[in-house]
Design a protein around this ligand. Structure first.
Ligand code: DGJ
Length: 761
């Protein structure tokens, strides 16, 4: 069984004296410039013995092997397809085992890149960690392996955790650092985890981008040198470089074939992923390190204090990038995204409809309109608050979470009553981590904002926006009470949009002591998590959206507390195809807020048919972001039907398996994807025409995720007003034909699209 280690560990440790000699030889001899003869000799010697002290960490289809012998350095030996216990030796016999440091520490092997660097109380800069104990125990849905390592000289402990899910191919790893030295130890680097990939034609895919153009996908081969993917914002890490990556081990990334390793660092603050090509030991590897960004973040760890790193989630798939994505989605729905047991409501958000110009009659009208189109929720966005300083522009009032009664004479109660009258739910926007220099909050609590001593405040949005100091427990209380007061006073609020429109400026906390100012980037996010934990303990059922100037909070660091995220402020359907494509690499559709907005689009000016706008938005959590008053009756009618259609396919979209088929990045004129239920009885297929040329060669699209033996009836959904359904409508095809031969397209206009429902017959 995979639980073999705790008992078998002691046997293993008895054999370590034999191993000790061989591994010491490894450490001493296998440095740079060793001759080929020695490499071969040692590899054979290691092969003979190395499997004996191994820890097997397995999910249904994947395994990690660590070599953990008491008194010796922990080694990372294998990550890939599932291995059974009696096959471990085969990994080494075939020379597939890495047998390299699992968590390299700085000091003794100074030529190695390290995951952990600590300066002891006496100034010594080195660590030398050896395995003390290995424990493996079942926990909810998973098996938890804990490897305790101790320094050979200092009272310094590192515990490495590996949580292997038993129903999902996901292994979470993280580290706890603690010590018992006389004074504080300074941590200079503190990665969550480290793993290795054999050097080959390995490609890395990662997401980058900023406001309005988030999650732009980039794929490139790994070459010599180090690739660094870092996030510097301080508050939102969904902008800039994302802390999720995929590695395609068999050349250029393929959607549905090839071996892929996916990694997601679950932290909401600054992050750093380092990918280094290393041939120190004569066998080339890509060495991957991921953790909180250590820049300007030295951490002074007091005796007995435990420093816990964020989780690094690792997955492996033989089914290409798509397989790794589906693993992330399953894991997300199983708990990494809050509240996925409940399907998500269809909503209207007021932002692009009225912007800051909130007024009671408009709110009433918008609620009436979305209710009559079949929507289920109305969300009042920015602009509803501020008394002394009214929120007329974006340069004031954040922090003053009291209703502007000039705009809303009947307050929030009036709005929730109206929502009830129309039979829908009500949601509200807040931005509780920020304030403006023009606010009662800052008038009363000037020390509650981050500020660099006596320096003038650097301000963000509106020239006045600054971040609160969430390192400070009093500020954490305040933020908790913003939510608590709203929800306690207005229990009918069903949804909160939690925004964050700024980076971490003004590096200074009046709460943290002088010698711990460098904790700000870390303690801010620990404070945020503390607040969210309190909110979730009291309000588990309120739906909360994570937003950060658009997609700034698309981060597994916060998603355990948030039900969904705003994908981007860019609601242009064409550009959204790219943004949503990239986001779907790691995040599930149920969490992706996708709204139909006006045409011409407010961000790009592009004119796009309403059908196309709907067809793009319905691949995630559908919403509208528009003033319905400005829509024609025909448009309202189409929207009503499209919303009803979405309701009928919602379970397939929000809970189905995603298969991406044709990437918008491949510039083939179309992009295509589909969702299929786990039992493959239903699926929904999407294809979008991105540009139109006469006599254009379009690909025949081969579907995926179906059962080749089943027959499926096709029904076209969301047929454009006045148009006939496409030639595939009402026909029956085998899964084999749909997947192996594929379907031809007939999309002869820019922004034409098909949504096809496939039902097993
Ligand atoms: C940024 C968000 O992304 C928008 O959706 C909107 O809520 C504005 N902030 C409001 O200020």
């Amino acid at each position: 069984s995979t639980l073999m280690r705790s008992s078998a560990a002691s046997d293993v440790y008895k054999r370590q004296e034999e191993n000790q000699f061989i591994q010491n030889m490894n450490d001493i001899i296998m440095r740079k410039f060793i001759c080929l003869f020695m490499v071969c000799f040692l590899s054979i010697a290691t092969t003979l013995r190395a499997w004996e002290g191994n820890v097997l960490i397995s999910t249904p289809n994947t395994s990690i092997i660590l070599s953990a012998t008491e008194g010796q350095q922990l080694r990372f030996s294998y990550f890939g397809e599932r291995i059974e216990e009696n096959q471990i030796h085969q990994v080494f016999d075939s020379w597939a085992g890495f047998h390299r440091p699992a968590y390299p520490v700085f000091g003794t092997s100074t030529y190695e890149i390290s995951a952990l660097h600590a300066v002891h109380a006496d100034g010594n800069q080195t660590l030398d960690l050896v395995v003390d104990k290995v424990e493996q125990n079942p926990v909810k849905d998973a098996i938890l392996t804990v490897i305790t390592m101790k320094d050979r000289v200092y009272p310094f402990t590192v515990k490495m955790y590996y949580k292997a899910y038993q129903q999902i191919d996901m292994i979470e790893t993280w580290v706890e650092v603690s010590h018992n030295e006389k004074k504080a130890v300074v941590l200079k680097r503190f990665d969550s985890g480290h793993f290795l990939i054999r050097r080959a034609d390995v490609w890395i895919s990662s997401l980058h981008g900023h406001w309005g153009a988030e999650t732009q996908l980039e794929s490139e081969p790994l070459v010599s040198g180090m690739k660094v993917i870092k996030n510097m914002d301080g508050i939102r890490n969904g902008l800039g470089d994302h802390s999720e990556v995929m590695f395609s081990l068999d050349g250029k990334p393929q959607e549905n074939s090839g071996r892929v390793i996916g990694a997601a660092l679950c932290w909401s603050g600054r992050t750093k992923i380092r990918v280094d090509m290393d041939d120190t030991f004569g066998r080339s590897v890509h060495s991957i390190f991921a953790g909180m960004n250590e820049e300007a973040s030295e951490y002074k760890l007091e005796p007995e204090e435990v420093f816990t790193t964020p989780v690094l989630a690792l997955t492996y798939s033989q089914e290409g990038i798509g397989g790794a994505s589906r693993n992330f989605h399953r894991w997300a729905r199983a708990g990494m995204v809050h509240g996925c047991d409940k399907p998500r409501d269809i909503l209207l958000n007021s932002w692009e409809g009225v912007y800051l110009n909130i007024k009671e009659p408009e709110m009433d009208q918008m609620m009436n309109d979305i209710a009559s189109m079949g929507g289920e929720l109305f969300v009042m966005d920015d602009g509803w608050f501020g008394r002394k300083y009214r929120r007329i522009n974006d340069n004031s009032s954040l922090g003053d979470w009291v209703v502007d009664t000039e705009k809303l004479p009947n307050g929030i109660q009036g709005l929730t009553d109206t929502a009830k009258k129309y039979g829908i739910k009500f949601g509200i926007w807040i931005e509780p981590e920020f304030t403006n220099t023009k606010s009662e909050l800052i008038d009363n609590h000037p020390d509650w904002v981050l500020r660099a001593g006596s320096r003038e405040l650097s301000c963000g949005r509106g020239g006045t926006q600054v971040a609160l100091d969430l390192c400070n427990p009093k500020v954490q209380d305040f933020v908790f009470h913003v939510v608590d007061t709203l929800l306690a006073n207005y229990p009918d609020i069903a949804y909160i949009k939690w925004d964050a429109n700024g980076e971490l400026l003004n590096y200074g906390s009046s709460y943290l002591p002088k010698d711990k100012q460098s904790h700000i980037y870390i303690d801010y996010h620990r404070g945020l998590v503390r607040v969210m934990e309190r909110i979730r303990a009291k309000y588990p059922d309120v739906v909360i959206q994570a937003c950060g100037s658009g997609g700034g909070r698309v981060s597994y660091g916060v998603m355990p507390y948030f039900d969904e995220f705003w994908v981007s402020d860019n609601t242009d359907a064409l550009q959204r195809l790219f943004i949503q494509w990239g986001t779907s690499y790691f995040y599930p559709s149920i969490a992706m807020a996708q709204h139909v907005s006006a045409s011409p689009n407010h961000q790009t000016g592009r004119v796009v048919p309403l059908k196309f706008r709907f067809d793009v938005a319905i691949t995630g959590r559908l919403g509208m972001e528009i003033q319905p008053k400005n829509m024609t009756d025909e448009e309202k009618d189409f929207s009503k039907k499209a919303i009803a259609t979405y309701k009928s396919i919602r379970p397939v979209i929000q809970y189905g398996d995603l298969y991406r088929l044709i990437s918008p990045y491949d510039r083939k004129g179309v992009t295509s994807m589909m969702y299929a239920t786990e039992d493959k009885s239903r699926a929904v297929f999407f294809v979008y025409k991105m540009e139109q040329f006469v006599n254009q060669l379009l690909p025949r699209i081969r579907m995926a995720g179906l059962d080749p033996k089943k027959n499926y009836k096709i029904r076209e959904l969301n047929v454009a007003p006045g148009a006939n359904p496409c030639f595939l409508n009402d026909r029956v095809f085998s899964g084999a034909l749909l997947m192996n031969t594929g379907i031809e397209l007939q999309l002869e206009r820019e922004y034409a699209s098909w949504v096809l429902e496939l039902t097993e017959i």
